[in-house]
Design a protein around this ligand. Sequence first.
Ligand code: FAD
Length: 583
Amino acid sequence: MHRADPEALAQREFDLIVIGGGITGVATARDAALRGLSVLLVEKDDFAAGTSSRSTKLIHGGLRYLETYQFKMVAESLQERERMLRLAPHLTTVRPFLYLLYRGYPETRFKLSLGLAFYDAASGQWRKRRHAMLNRQQVLDHEPNLNPEGLLGAGRFYDVLTDDARLTLDTAKGAAQAGAVLLNHARVTRLLIEAGEARGVRIEDQLGGGVVEVRGRQVLNATGPWTEQTRALEDGGPTGRLRPTKGVHIVLRKRDFPLNTAVFLRSPDDNRVVWPIPSLDDSLVYVGTTDTDYTGDPDAVAPNESDLQYLLNVANQTIPDARLDLSHVVGCWAGLRPLVAPLPGTSTGNTSREHTITAGSAGMLTISGGKLTSSRLMARQFVDAAVERLGRSTHRPGEPSRHPGERTGQRAEPSDQPSRHPGARHPGERRDLPIRTRWPRSRTATTPLPGAELDRLPGIRVRAAAAGVPAELVTAWIARYGSNAGGVLSRWLAAPEASEVIGPRWLTRAEVRYCVDEEMCRSVEDLMVRRTSLFYWDATGGVSYLDTISTELASRLGWTEEERVTQADAYRALVARHRPTPA
Ligand code: FAD
C-alpha cells in the first residue's frame, strides 16, 4: 500500500470519504472498495494509532458480557471470531483460558458452565473447542502458582489472541489492494458543506504541511474516541453521546509472574472481571484492564500510577508469591473505549459494546462503539448505510426509484463478481448507484486478508533457508506479516547490508525497508509501535538501538539530521511515559 499524494487528491471526487484509520475505518474502506466504490481514507496520525493498537488483543465473544445478558452481541462476535480464524489465520491464535471460581464470586459453577455451553454452541465449534469444568485440584495441576486460597475450580474455554495493530494494517492493505486511496498522517479539519450537505473534507497534511480540499459524495466518521470532535465539524458542538472509558494494561515478565494459561478472575479492589494473559510469544504476561470514565483529551490518554497499582494488585492476587511492585512492570498502555452513552445510572462496566450508526445534520454518517472482533460486521453495515444514502441522493423527487444505469442500458454489477475498482472521478462526473435491490453487496465475509495465504509459507521458508536466513528470523517475519513475509525476504536478499539486525526481536534493515515501501511507515513510532510492536513487548522499547533504526528510516524517508533526532527523541519520550521505572 502506498501513501496518496495529497496534492493530487484536490482534483478528485470519491464516492466515500472515511475519516479515521483505526480498525473501523480501514474495515469500512476495504468493504466499500471491494464493492467497487471509490474510497478515500484519511487518518490524522497512523493506522491503529488510536484504540486499535491498545486493546486486550483478543478476538473473542466476550464471555463476561453474558453476565449482562448481551447474548446477541456475544453470539455475533463468536461468529465473527470463527470467520476471522478463516480469513486472517496468520493473525489469530486459539488459546485456552481459565475462568477461575473463588469463594465469594457471584458466578456459581452451574451458571458458569451454562454460560460456557452457550459460548461453545454460539461459535458453532463445540466439537472442536469444547469447554470443560475443572475442579480445584485440576486447576492447580495446570497452574501450580495460582492462589489456592478459596479456589473452587474453573471453566476452561477457548478464545483467540491477535495483534490488533497488525490486524488494522493488514485490513488497510486489503483496502488498498481493492482500490481504496489511503492517506495517513493527514488530519481532517473541516467538512465542506454545500446546501446543508457534507460534500467533502479539508485535509491538513501532517508531513508536507499542505492543505487540500477533496470532494466526496458521502462522508463517513469512524474516529472512535475522537467522534465528538469530528461531529463538531458538522454540528458545531459535542453531542455527548459518547462515553469514553480508559482501559490500561501492564506487561510483566513470565519469570516474575509464572503463568502459562490466560485466566479470568475478579479484581481484589472492586470485584470487576480482569485477566492476566500470556503474550503470543509466551515470554511475557499482560494484565488488563482498568475501566474508568475518561473526560480528557483523547490524544493525551496514558496510564497513571493508580492504574498500574490496580493491575499489580490483580497480579499479586493471582499469584501471591510473585510479590510484584512497580519495578516489575516492563511496559504498559492505555486505550479509550469509544462506548455509546448508556441510560442514566448505568456503570461503565455495563456500558454497551454494541455499535450505532447515525446521520448528522449535514448527512455525515457516524459509527460509534463496537469491538475489534466485530469490525468487519460493523463496516458492512456502515457501508450499507452509506450506499443507501447515495442511492437516495441520486433519486430525483417525482422520478420512480430505479437504477439510473437502467436508463442507459447499463446493468448493476453483480455482487458476487470481482468488482472493478472504478477509480475516483473528477467533479461533475456521475456514476449513479443501484437502488436497494441491486446494491453491490459486501464481499468481506469470504475475502481473506492480505498475508493469509499460509500455503505460501513453506516456499518462503525454503527460499530463506537456501539463502542462509536464520530460521528464527523467518519465524519472526511470518508472525508479523504472514505470507507477506516474502516481501521482507526479497529485501533481505536484495542488498548485503539489509540482513543486519538493528533492533530487538530480530529487527533487520530489510524489515524496516519493507515497512516503509509497503506499509506507509513514516515515523519511528509507526515502526516501533504499530508495525513491529517492539514498543509493547521489548522491555526497553528498543531505545538502545534508536540511533541505527532512525538512521535507516532517515535514509529511506529523506529526513534531515534534525528530523531524525526529533523523531528519535519523540519515541524515547513515548517509551519513558510507558515505563514506570527505567529498564
Ligand atoms: P480508533 O482505533 O481509536 O481509530 C480512530 C482513528 O481516528 C484514530 O486512529 C485517530 O487518529 C483518527 N482520527 C481522529 N480524528 C481524526 C481526524 N480529524 N482526521 C483524521 N483522522 C482522525 N475489542 C476486541 O474485539 N477485543 C479486545 O480484546 C478489545 N479490548 C479492548 C481493550 C481496551 C482497553 C479498549 C479501550 C478497547 C478494547 N476493544 C477490544 C475495543 C476495540 O479496541 C475498539 O472498539 C476499536 O479498536 C475501535 O476502533 P476505531 O477504529 O473505532 O477507533
